[in-house]
Design a binder for this molecule. Structure first.
Ligand code: GTB
Length: 215
């Protein structure tokens, strides 16, 4: 059955891979599942047809036969459960890998998103200079805790898993901030993820779309 995902017709990041279709593409590449991409304009995101797939009017979505999914955590978990390669066979290790997926989106990503908002949306407010360091502190607390746990391991819990895929996808968003550079093992962890052939294929595919000439 053909898998179809949605992505921005033109991502605001110009192809840096920060829009969230990249993590879904990465998961599909890791498990070697071919997929089609339907490109959606910002206007179409809020139209009835897309809202039927995604109640919040966002990308990415995932369609396969009768199944329609939204929310990258749910999509990547579905892919990982249906195909070998992203979750360990051992039951306890599998549960831990899923816990890392949740930790990525529920514990590490929120302060990172907050930092983006503090800079991009609130940057011109009179109180911004006072608030920004507080938000950065919350990001750094999570980075320090994650860095301590990772130590000198390659991946978070044994072999590469969907937990690493989600965590690295979340951390990639921090690259322009320079904060990641303060934690050498985390920078190396992210670089290891980016060096995976499946990530490269996912990245190149979204780059090709976001740099193609538009009519
Ligand atoms: N929790 C949802 C998930 O994980 O699937 C969040 C989905 C989401 O945030 N989608 C964004 C979206 O559709 C695109 S990825 N936004 C349009 C809207 O809400 O109207 C977030 C994103 C967008 C752009 C950049 N960038 O240009 O750097 C980075 C990340």
């Amino acid at each position: 059955m053909t898998i179809t995902i949605t992505a921005f017709e033109r991502s605001p990041d110009g192809g840096k891979g920060l829009a969230r279709d990249t993590r879904v593409r990465w998961a599909l590449e890791e498990v070697r599942q071919p997929y089609a991409v339907r490109l959606v304009s910002f206007r179409a995101l809020k139209e009835r047809a897309h809202l039927a797939l995604h109640p919040f009017g966002q990308i990415p979505t995932y369609e396969e036969g009768d199944l329609a999914l939204f929310e990258t955590g749910g999509i990547v978990l579905h892919i990982a459960q249906c195909h070998a390669g992203l979750l360990p066979d051992d039951g306890n290790a599998r549960a831990r890998a899923m816990a890392w997926m949740f930790a990525a989106v529920n514990t590490v990503e929120p302060p990172i998103l907050e930092l983006g908002i503090a800079k991009l949306v609130e940057g011109d407010r009179s109180w911004s200079a006072e608030r920004l360091p507080l938000v950065e502190e919350r990001v750094c607390l999570r980075l320090k805790q994650l860095s301590d746990r990772l130590g000198d391991a390659n991946w978070l819990d044994g072999a590469f898993s969907a937990g690493d895929l989600m965590m690295i996808s979340v951390l990639l968003r921090l690259k322009p901030s320079g904060l990641l550079g303060e934690y050498q093992n985390l920078s190396a962890y992210v670089a290891r993820g980016e060096a995976r052939p499946a990530y490269r294929r996912a990245f190149e595919a979204q780059l090709a779309i976001n740099t193609r000439p538009m009519d």
